[in-house]
Design a protein around this ligand. Sequence first.
Ligand SMILES: Cc1cc2nc3c(=O)[nH]c(=O)nc-3n(C[C@H](O)[C@H](O)[C@H](O)COP(=O)(O)O)c2cc1C
Length: 221
Amino acid sequence: MNVMDALNSRFTCRTFKPEPVDRNTIYTVLEGALRAPSWANTQPWEIFVASGSALQRLREAYLGNFSKNVPVNPDISRPQEWPPALKERTQELGRKRFNALGIDRNDEQGRRALTELNFKFFGAPTVIFLCMDRTLTAWSMFDLGLLAQSIMLAAAQYGLGTATAVQMAAYPDLIRAELGVPPELAIVIGIALGYIDYEHPQNKFRSPRRPISEVVRFIDL
Ligand SMILES: Cc1cc2nc3c(=O)[nH]c(=O)nc-3n(C[C@H](O)[C@H](O)[C@H](O)COP(=O)(O)O)c2cc1C
């Protein structure tokens, strides 16, 4: 698979097959992704890979919190307010996903079931948690973004799907207790990794993009 194919085929996989991913493959994906650039080669990332019984215990703890409506408490706070155009895009995504899955906007249970997918880590056999020291700035967050996309593209080459989701880092205390993440590290985001269940309607949906003519300004005069 070349880079353009990986860019064009990647999507957020929200239903995985349960079969585990071979440790050597995960290793190869991460080793390649760790070639990502970073500010002055600071390589601010710390990575915790959860699978097997550890991930299963974490999943059960997450689902327990979700079923009891325990408020989420991420290390990195969510934006309070999106600028209007961005807010509209989040709403458009929601509308299109609900439509594609045949979920009515007033169907509270259906919507909750979709949210719950995050808290069961989309059924993935592996979740990669990206962390960085709490004192770092937005520039290191930029570096973590480069790493995340590198992981997703490398995974695509090995026939693996990914879902990058802030909700998987919603209960950092549970992650710390299960994976031993030290307190000085902020748990930024999780990347679910595994084999894609292509038959599932969740995975037939593709999110829209703004047209390039709206986003890019070529100025040459
Ligand atoms: C920083 C970040 C946070 C995200 N958090 C979530 C999340 O909590 N739950 C989820 O289902 N998807 C999450 N996503 C996936 C986005 O919704 C998805 O990337 C976007 O809708 C574009 O769709 P695509 O990835 O399928 O191309 C997140 C993506 C990023 C980059």
